[in-house]
Design a protein around this ligand. Structure first.
Ligand code: URP
Ligand code: ZN
Ligand code: ZN
Length: 466
């Protein structure tokens, strides 16, 4: 049994900030004690980590990643090995990735394929959601089995007709099923049928540049789909979690639903908080680096997202990490924005960007930990093991230097992608040391982890409703 003391830091959880020493035993948090009292209490350790002047925070929980996702005629460029290593560098110690049901195939087949990709490869712990691309009697029954195996959330798409798209009847049926089995429906809320009409019209008019991706995927079509998803969930009597919310009008739909007391939740992502349509309009083909769906919005939308995060109308910030290299992958859409693979890298940057939001005064330190660690853990049934620092929790802990400054760059990041969406951005704060279940995986900015340390975590059902 290895014992570690993390001494002298400011321990920050979603609930509390307190100067304390943390005792880690056998991969778990064993106790917290006032600073300097460790030895008086008879604690002894194989290793002491001096966190004086640093924050001691729970490892991040990124509830939305896509490693090795076949999409847009290619595959996202991070494997489970490279992606989870990069996550660790960025202070994230749990990811929830999306297994995919292919059309006409069983959920089981998709889930087995994702287990095979991840097993023995991950540097940190991982779990799965399931993407439903074919809602039918068979897949509805399989949902119950997956909930029993700890895959307790299911993503449906109102976008991407012919790929992942489900119609309203299929959505309603999946929601009814999840109302019965405790699963949480996650919704990609964009009206894909209407968007495809606008795509066709834009291309016919010669509007082929990346910025038109943002123009055709209208904010109103995100809001309309969000509204429809909320009403379908009400009819089904199921809770609803809307992923990658970007438009002010969509936030308004969530606020309206939550004001009625409905169990409706929302996630946004750093790209919507820090980037905008200005990036999509960068000269030449540079805008392709910022093509994702929902799309980046004009920067005026950001205030509504920050407000939503402060008021708890948005509960979670995940990355929707889905990287494609500029060279050879984003380039598939030169001359036709609709062929640019959708997705942005970011799994390594989330904790730092959100700390910058603390520095900039958008959120408090505790809210940072709530939206990046505690809320995603509770939302997706990972509590009490993940997302907090308390006796009995997994010792997934980050020693964070709030005063270090860094410049985000593809030159120095660890994600397997040839550009950074945040290239050249200066941020204050940096991960120093990371423990995953008590094992040091980043030691004073040196990777000491290993592929295969990370374990599959079967999840309970949503704990946010309790
Ligand atoms: O552009 C995105 N978001 N790519 C990943 C797939 C999805 O819709 O989450
Ligand atoms: Zn999506
Ligand atoms: Zn996604």
């Amino acid at each position: 049994m290895t014992t570690t003391i993390i001494s002298g830091g400011l321990v920050i959880t979603a609930a509390d900030e307190t100067r304390a020493d943390v005792l880690v035993e056998d991969g778990k948090v064993a106790a917290l004690a006032s600073p300097g009292s460790a030895y008086a209490r008879g604690w002894s350790a194989d290793r002491t980590i001096d966190a004086t002047g640093k924050y001691v925070i729970p490892g991040g929980v990124d509830a939305h990643t896509h490693f090795e996702l076949p999409f847009g005629g290619t595959s996202s460029s991070d494997t489970f090995e490279t992606g989870t290593r990069a996550a660790a560098w960025g202070g994230t110690t749990t990811v929830v990735d999306f297994a995919v049901q292919s059309r006409g195939r069983a959920l089981r087949e998709g889930l087995d394929a994702w287990h095979a990709k991840a097993e023995g490869k991950c540097a940190i712990d991982y779990a799965f959601h399931m993407i439903l691309s074919d809602v039918n009697d068979g897949s509805l029954k399989e949902m119950d089995l997956l909930v029993g195996e700890g895959v307790t959330s299911f993503k449906l798409f109102m976008a991407y007709p012919g790929v992942f798209y489900s119609d309203d009847g299929q959505i309603l049926r999946a929601m009814q099923r999840s109302a019965g089995n405790g699963g949480l429906i996650m919704m990609h809320a964009e009206n894909g049928i209407a968007i495809d009409v606008l795509v066709e019209q834009a291309l016919a008019a010669g509007r082929t540049d990346p910025r038109y991706h943002g123009e055709v995927r209208r904010a109103l079509l995100e809001a309309e789909a969000t509204h429809r998803a909320v009403q379908l969930a009400r009819v089904a009597g199921s809770p609803l979690y809307v992923v990658h919310v970007s438009a002010e009008e969509a936030v308004a739909e969530l606020v309206q639903a939550r004001d009625k007391g409905l169990p409706v939740f929302g996630e946004t992502c750093p790209q919507y908080l820090f980037l905008s349509t200005d990036n999509l309009a960068e000269p030449g083909f540079e805008g392709a680096k910022y093509v994702c769906s929902t799309p980046l919005r004009p920067r005026e939308h950001q205030a509504a997202l920050w407000r939503g995060l402060r008021s708890d109308d948005l509960q979670v910030v995940s990355t929707d990490h889905c990287p494609f290299c500029f060279s050879g992958q984003k380039e598939l859409g030169r001359g036709d924005f609709s062929k640019i693979p959708n997705g942005l890298p970011g799994v390594e940057n989330r904790m730092d960007l959100l700390h910058q939001a603390v520095v900039d005064g958008h959120i408090s330190r505790r809210r940072w930990i709530e939206i990046a660690c505690a809320a995603p853990a509770r939302m997706f049934g990972l509590a009490p093991h993940k997302g907090t620092i308390t006796p009995g929790a997994d010792a997934d802990i980050v020693v964070y230097d709030p005063h270090a400054t860094q410049t985000i760059s593809a030159e120095t990041h660890h994600m397997n992608v040839d550009y950074s969406a945040y290239e050249g951005r200066r941020v204050t704060g940096q991960v120093e040391t990371v423990l995953s279940r008590g094992e040091v995986v980043i030691d004073r900015r040196r990777f000491t982890g290993r592929a295969g340390h990370g374990r599959f975590v079967p999840r309970a059902t949503c704990q946010y409703l309790n």
